[in-house]
Design a protein around this ligand. Structure first.
Ligand SMILES: [Zn+2]
Length: 344
């Protein structure tokens, strides 16, 4: 009997400790003032701290950059909390699987697509220092496609002082409908330059590769400061390695060692505003970074509806809180441009 009582007491003790709430500051994390203003839900805050504790141990393989990106989220699913990890992996040319796409893919793998859309409330990054970036364009495309991104929070836990920053993912999104409208006269290109770019973009859109149906097929044409025009259309393939129109034309310009673009026009279906993926905005932002480095104006990003209406912005406006090689390593980019520019 004594033994049974002891076992029962032990059982109740275990039960009590299981149902006891988790300590609030598991890793000594502390929200910054703006983060506290954004999130007051104590349960969510505890889940964020829990994810940050776990993210510290996320596996990564940044064999090229040496830059570890560790991410985690806490998801409630079927009455249980799951802490799920993601980490970056780099390979070859350089390419990479990024931490946030890795993480969301793990959520889908473990809990399914609906859980990814409905139950992922935040992505928490663990790092020595928190930067200003809200991720690359490609990750933004993936987050928009797979999560309830209007509500998604981006968290950064700074290991050096254990402060936690929280921002809305949607601060990094700008729908095409929010690009300012412009008349042909507003656009700082000659009438002839604008007309020929629109024509080139429309013509490009007739090509490309669209083996899989999409309502988002576009063509793009760019004009360089050297006066040359480059153009490309989207192209799909069986491996789902889509090639993007803006990236395509910028690659052609770079192949000619023509690194400074003035304007890029994007055309979609006649009568509709074309979509510009965030991945393509990333290519444009990086290229506009060359202009920024040399004191040239930012590349103009112009949408045409194919019927004489325009919207005009810049990649800096279309991809807020972005990062680029020009910001990471300005001297290396400057040296590269000096040794590669054509017509020097
Ligand atoms: Zn990314």
């Amino acid at each position: 009997m004594k033994g049974l009582t002891y076992s029962l007491s032990f059982f109740l003790l275990v039960l009590a400790s299981c149902s006891h709430p988790m300590p609030e500051h598991t890793g000594g994390w502390e929200l910054t003032e703006p983060a506290r203003a954004l999130v007051q839900d104590e349960k969510l805050i505890r889940q964020i701290f829990r994810a940050l504790d776990a993210a510290e141990a996320a596996g990564t393989d940044p064999r090229i950059s040496g830059f570890h990106v560790r991410a985690a989220t806490t998801v409630e699913h079927d009455g249980t909390e799951h802490v799920i990890l993601g980490g970056n992996t780099e390979y070859e040319v350089p390419e990479a699987i990024h931490a946030e796409t890795s993480l969301l893919n793990h959520v889908t793998t473990l809990l399914g697509r609906e859980a990814t859309r409905n139950s992922v409330r935040f992505i928490a990054f663990y790092g020595e220092r928190c930067g200003n970036s809200l991720g690359c364009g490609d990750c933004r495309d993936y987050e928009i496609a797979t999560t309830n991104y209007q509500q998604l929070l981006i968290v950064c836990g700074q290991a050096s002082d254990h402060t936690v920053r929280i921002r809305r993912f949607s601060d990094g999104t700008v729908p095409e409908e929010r690009f300012p409208k412009a008349t042909a006269e507003d656009i700082p290109l000659s009438k002839k330059e604008l007309e020929s770019l629109v024509q080139a973009a429309l013509e490009a859109r007739r090509g490309g590769i669209t083996l899989m149906p999409t309502g988002r097929h576009t063509g793009a044409a760019g004009l360089s400061f050297a006066g040359k025009t480059y153009r490309a259309a989207g192209a799909d393939d069986a491996a789902f390695h889509f090639r993007y129109p803006i990236g395509g034309l910028l690659q052609q310009a770079a192949t000619e060692r023509d690194y400074f673009l003035r304007a890029i026009v994007v055309a979609g279906e006649t009568g509709k505003w074309p979509r510009v993926s965030y991945r393509d905005r990333q290519y444009g932002y990086e290229s506009s970074g060359f202009n920024r480095l040399r004191g040239k104006p930012a590349i103009l990003l112009i949408l045409t509806d194919g019927r004489g209406k325009f919207r005009m912005t810049t990649f800096e406006e279309a991809l807020p809180h972005a990062f680029s090689a020009g910001a990471f390593m300005p001297q290396a980019v400057d040296d590269f441009l000096r040794s590669h520019e054509a017509n020097r």
